[in-house]
Design a protein around this ligand. Structure first.
Ligand SMILES: C[S@@+](CC[C@H](N)C(=O)[O-])C[C@H]1O[C@@H](n2cnc3c(N)ncnc32)[C@H](O)[C@@H]1O
Length: 345
């Protein structure tokens, strides 16, 4: 078998030559004195280690010499430094992108879309653990699936995402998943009391349901979704994480009343339209129960939305014992993603 070695350009540097046994101690002294070069790898032969030092090194810690050394291979700090786009457009390159398992998902502004393949290549170089890069052309339809175009790497997008030690198999071009809610899902799981019946009305591939079933001790978690692909992945994820006590349901949440028994806690993570489903949730909530209602709201309109939520609960003949809006994350220049924790009698 032929082994191909990649020739690397060596760099001549001033070095301190020290016997192997003392190398670590000397390396630390030089680093502490700020004299060790971090851009080159130390050299070695049978008896000695060659520590690269900057011109300013004055420490009498070994024999000074010169040697050719290999540069440290560093991935670029950011894909923005290496992407092949004209320099005047570079500042428009997005700073953030989502990482779902081995898939990177990035929104590219219109003015840069023609450079999408260069952007994809640079991202793969900067994140060697990734397998594919996809451009996000927006979320569409009731099942909130992203319109994705693969711009670099492998065309297959099915991947396993790990969140708080749990594994979620999914294809982001077939189901909705956002890695940005990991902390929020963990918060909600921490609120679930023993023996609660939980309803996850818009469950997707199961990140709320599975975390609740694994971290808390509910009597049952009913997990509904309208997207057949999401329910299939949810079933696979239950097996993958060895979870019991979650009942997956392919269903439109509007049709749940009469089909499922009342719940103590309802998770409503459909942020652009969950408010419209509140009357359905109220039909399904036991007195003294809790609803986590997720909403994308203009920051200026938060107080008004809170009043609308209160009016909807009271209009359904229920008593709102407390309502607490919490910021989950920023969404756009003027809007944020909030959760209203509603305690309802
Ligand atoms: C924003 S995603 C949230 C998924 C999941 N809870 C998560 O945190 O990743 C909303 C989900 O609601 C589902 N959905 C939309 N309308 C629905 C409806 N009327 N009934 C049930 N599920 C619905 C979509 O298919 C999608 O999977």
């Amino acid at each position: 078998m032929r082994i191909r070695r990649i020739a690397r350009r060596m760099v001549r540097s001033r070095c301190v030559r020290v016997p192997k046994a003392q190398a670590e101690q000397v390396r630390r002294r030089l680093a502490f004195a700020g004299a060790l070069r971090g851009d080159l790898r130390p050299g070695r032969d049978r008896d000695f280690v060659y520590l690269p030092v900057s011109g300013a090194a004055r420490e009498p810690v070994g024999t000074l010499c010169e040697r050719d050394l290999e540069p440290v291979r560093k991935p670029p700090e950011s894909y923005r430094e290496t992407a092949g786009v004209p320099s005047e457009l570079r500042k428009g390159l997005p700073r953030a992108f989502d990482v779902i398992g081995k898939v990177l998902i990035i929104k590219i502004p219109d003015g840069l879309a023609q450079y999408r393949r260069e952007i994809g290549k640079a991202l793969l170089l900067a994140r060697p653990e990734a397998r594919s890069v996809a451009m996000d052309r927006g979320v569409q339809g009731e099942d909130r699936v992203r319109d994705l175009e693969v711009i670099a790497g492998e065309p297959e997008l099915e991947t396993t995402h790990v969140e708080h030690g749990l594994r979620f198999l999914l294809d982001p071009s077939k189901v909705y998943f956002s890695p940005r809610l990991a902390t929020e899902r963990s918060r909600v799981a921490g609120l679930v009391r023993e023996k609660e019946a939980v309803l996850d009305m818009f469950a997707g591939v199961g990140p709320f349901s599975i975390q609740i079933a694994k971290r808390a001790r509910p009597s049952v978690v009913r997990a509904a979704d309208i997207n057949p692909a999401a329910v299939e992945y949810l079933k696979r994820n239950l097996r993958l994480n060895k979870v019991s006590g979650v009942e997956p349901m392919l269903a439109d949440a509007r049709e749940l009343p009469g089909k499922v028994p009342p719940a103590d806690r309802i998770v409503m993570n459909l942020p652009h339209s969950a408010f419209g489903f509140l009357p359905v949730a109220l039909e399904l909530l036991r007195p003294g129960g809790t609803v986590h209602l997720y909403e994308i709201v203009a920051r200026e309109g938060l107080a008004r939305r809170r009043e609308e939520v209160a009016a909807a609960v009271e209009g359904a003949g229920r008593e709102l014992l407390s309502v607490r809006p919490r910021l989950v994350r920023g969404f756009s220049a003027s809007e944020s993603h909030y959760v209203f924790d509603l305690w309802i009698d």
